[in-house]
Write a protein that binds this ligand. Structure first.
Ligand code: URA
Length: 513
């Protein structure tokens, strides 16, 4: 009878590459195979390969289920398991290793060299590759020219690629003399197609040589010649397997405000208050993230008896404390802002203009007054928006009729001036901001300034302007009233909505982690 954890003798031995099943059958008949000291003549015999001792022709067989190989990938081979035309990295292995059916963990381009892990351990591969895990990959590259030191800052912000995708923050190190050297080291957290090459293309440079030198905490063994490989050492394997555990302790909780933390009527449930207070008391920092201005999120902190950082205006500003001290802001350039004002005036919809800490209106319609009262915001009156010269981080159209807003969004999407982007921020608002600003980029920037890595950050949200934030955080959670797109990107979805969903998420994934 088949007991738990057992496998057929011929399966175990053939998976180790000792012989084929038919060869094993003959060998067994000849009495050459022993299990726990007894000759076994029937290869359908079941044994537990982790516990039982096998000998073949007098030699002890060491059972292993997985192999872990470090390859120094040469140029000209594909990081795939098979290909009709080209040689693959698997073709570099001997039959002994091929038996384990290893596959490359992630892809290096055909011309890229360096560290490639080959394994048949799907779980480890998933942990290293999952976009959610943000495992660092470091490359050495030679470029077709120099990049200035300002590139370091741009890479830190995330780079917009040719398809519009904005990468996670990357660390760029210029090697040697920054003025003359075309050699760099770059650490990225994702593995988008041709990512490193495309990031440099975005700043006008071409990568002429690329080599991966590190993945997670695994360094390329420089003594391995190109095309050679070796088994990972026990220490390397343990370190690689523990990569997430060591990083896990949560340090920062980022909470979307409207639709996530607050009920639809903009009130805050007792349950959510108590949970967020518990989080703060446990030493985890709480950051509020909002599409609206910081003054609208400040009363939320105050109701919870807390104070902290607010990522406001969909990431265009970050402010600290009750005095709303500006930590970061990304202004819309004045000429672009003025061009935008002309377009919005033509639309005849209501709009307001934000700086990092204030909100300006030229006039007030009754619906907008109600909206401001709900958000506990007192706008400042201004005779004309043009007199605000600088400091504008966001312009917002507010329209209580979502269908009218949909039409406007469609019309406007065709004629947006360069240097400005339109973000639907909840059903009643459209925000105009600098492109590639979003809550995720701002959260990444803030977390970095506090010395936290993504794995130490949990983000909870519900609307599409929370997607990048959920994507950045090691754990991204959606409450149940989230849009389909948010539900799809979240690591976890809690069963409750913005009445007490935050409390559920905290209980399951923050305080219990
Ligand atoms: N980025 C690239 O552009 N190519 C690679 O092979 C790896 C990362």
């Amino acid at each position: 009878m088949k007991a738990k954890g057992t496998q057929r003798l011929d399966k175990v031995l053939s998976s180790l590459g000792i012989a084929t099943r038919s060869e094993l059958k003959k060998m067994a008949k000849q009495g050459r195979i022993l299990v726990n000291g007894e000759i076994v003549k029937d290869t359908s015999f079941h044994l537990n390969p982790e516990q039982d001792h096998i000998h073949v022709d007098g030699q002890a067989v060491t059972y292993k289920k997985y192999i872990y190989l470090m390859l120094n990938k040469p140029p000209g081979v594909l990081s795939a398991t098979e290909d009709l035309r080209d040689r693959t990295v698997i073709d570099l292995l001997t039959e002994q290793e091929k038996h384990f059916a290893p596959f490359p963990v992630g892809r290096l381009d055909k011309d890229t060299e360096g560290l490639l892990l080959l394994t048949n351990d799907g779980k480890l591969a998933h942990q290293l590759l999952s976009p959610r895990k943000h495992v660092d990959k470091t490359y050495f590259a030679k470029l077709d020219g120099v990049v200035g030191e300002e590139a370091i800052f741009s890479f830190q912000q995330g780079i917009q690629l040719d398809d519009g995708y904005v990468t996670m923050p990357a660390v760029l190190k210029l090697i040697g003399d920054a003025i003359q050297s075309n050699e760099i080291e770059i650490t990225i957290q994702e593995g988008k197609y041709h990512q490193v090459k495309r990031m440099f293309e975005a700043i006008g440079r071409k990568v002429i040589y690329l080599q991966r030198i590190r993945m997670g905490n695994l360094d390329l063994d420089r003594t391995l010649p190109l095309g050679s490989y070796r088994t990972l050492t026990e220490t390397e394997l343990v370190q690689l397997q523990s990569i997430h555990k060591s990083k896990r302790a949560i340090k920062l909780l980022a909470l979307d405000v409207d639709g996530t933390l607050l009920r639809d009527d903009h009130s805050l449930s007792e349950v959510n208050i108590a949970s967020v207070q518990k989080v703060a008391a446990s030493g985890i920092e709480v950051v509020l993230c909002t599409g609206r201005g910081a003054p609208s999120a400040l009363p939320v902190f105050q109701q919870m008896g807390l104070s902290g950082t607010i990522i406001s205006h969909n990431g265009a500003a970050t402010v600290n404390g009750d005095a709303l001290e500006v930590q970061q802001q990304i202004e819309i350039e004045t000429p672009i802002y003025k061009e935008l004002l002309v377009m919005l005036r033509n639309s005849q919809l209501f709009f307001d203009v934000s700086t990092a800490t204030s909100l300006f209106v030229e006039n007030l319609i009754p619906e907008a007054k109600k909206m401001y009262d709900l958000y506990e915001v007192e706008p400042e009156f201004i005779s004309d928006f043009e007199s605000l010269d600088g400091g504008v981080v966001k312009v917002t159209v507010y329209e209580p009729d979502p269908v009218r807003l949909d039409d406007f969004q469609q019309t406007l999407s065709k004629i947006m001036p360069a240097g400005i982007t339109m973000v639907r921020s909840g059903i009643y608002f459209i925000d105009f901001m600098v492109p590639s600003v979003n809550k995720g980029v701002a959260l990444a920037h803030y977390a970095k300034s506090r010395g936290y890595i993504p794995e130490q950050v949990v983000a909870i949200g519900n609307y599409n302007n929370d997607i990048e934030m959920l994507h950045y955080a090691g754990i991204g959670i959606a409450v149940s009233n989230s849009t389909q797109e948010v539900l799809e990107v979240a690591d976890f979805v809690v069963a409750s909505n913005n009445d007490d969903g935050v409390s559920d998420a905290i209980a399951s994934y923050v305080l219990e982690s």
